[in-house]
Design a protein around this ligand. Sequence first.
Ligand SMILES: [Zn+2]
Length: 493
Amino acid sequence: MWEKKSGILQYEINKRLALRRTGVGLLFWVITGLDFVVCVLQVFNDPIHGHMELHPLLVKIIDTPQFQRLRSIRQLGGTYFVYPGASHNRFEHSIGVAHLAGQLGQALKTKQPGLNITDRDILCVQIAGLCHDLGHGPFSHLYDGMFIPKARPGNKWKHETASLAMFDHLVKCNKLEDVMKQYGLNLSEDLDFIKEMIDRDNDKDQEWLHKGRPKDKSFLYEIVSNKTNGIDVDKFDYFARDCYHLGVQINFDYHRFLKFARVCEVDGWKHICVRDKEEDNMTEMFHTRLCLHRRAYQHKVTKIIETMITDAFLKADKHIKIEGTGKKTFRLSTAIDDMEAYTKLTDAVFEKILNCAFDAPQELRDARDILRRIINRDLYRFLGETRFEDPTEVCTNVFVDVVFLHFSIILFENMKTSFFPTFLFFLCMTSLCCHYSEMYAAFSVVRCPGFAQCAFLSSWSGLSVRRLMTGIRRLTWTTFNSGAGQRTFQSIR
Ligand SMILES: [Zn+2]
């Protein structure tokens, strides 16, 4: 009876909760029989944002197995094998995003009281910030971008899908609905609102379909994940955090954005906008993104290592057994179907494969051997890449180059000893295919003597022929700004 009626018994049992209840709360309960919850904000120290004060409900969410799981998921996946400082995890990033979401919400609320932003709105936005990456798998984008498409072709799964499922699972497993109500959330609309912020489609020029908040609060949906222009607190946090851990200089200052952001009405929609004089600062933000993609996210060796981990995961897939709901067993690629199993799936699977028993199935031992090669730095060889001067050329050129590259590899592997046919083939292809000119990158292929010299000679000859034919063409790095998808690479395994 006591337990049901109020938090008084919990006051005795749960010290953490006791900290948030005061003598005033006790008196309030004695008189009214209602719970009186005082929000004592908990302070987290962070190398990027300094001391962050978080609402007790956010702390409740943080202190769950589903959220703590993010401590074991590297923010930058395979980049840690290239940059020794990139050891940070999704855990601290998510807390940072919740903090910034609160700051932006509060700034708008203070500067524009007419927007009627409530504390409940801000708390929901913060929860969305905290939970937006709950669905990431081992090595973050490696799992949803490289492994799942190969392990389960045709499956349209993305990490946001799992973030929603994991959020529901987290709330249910930890009985957080009551706690949410205690802190003033209206579950019938706020749970929808939080989930719509985590994963939503671009709703510009469409009628307002969201259930969580009405159209006049559409700007709230742009705080955590902005589908209109990509400027959101998620990026503010990971740009600052990644730069800090990679040792890359950052010139974009999100503090200025927080000071100069206002909500304006554009074409009947309320958007978060920024002062015209802030244009340079915003350009700097996109420039930071470009630098991070070039130097880390799409780094040649990062991509090679991620390809190797993906290969290992594919081989080990059916031998990794994870227990899920109702003692059902799931594997590496099917854990996404069951959140209990998915909670147990982290980067630790790398060590699990690496340390598998000597009598393990052959496929698992093959996977282990690939991971051992990473540890011993015996990496796949980088053969070449395509670069573009005009983004509109991307589709056709990627196709031509990838086809050419595949043929080259097949031809080379089957004709290791015959130099001249291969030489002629390369000569023709580099002369005719106007974009594939980096074959000399294959010069590093030491494992296969003959090929490197052949590729080197023919590519230079081909390049010379092409220059004569088309005039000197400048090969520059230009169209990297949208990151992944505009660079292809292949490696010899
Ligand atoms: Zn994120």
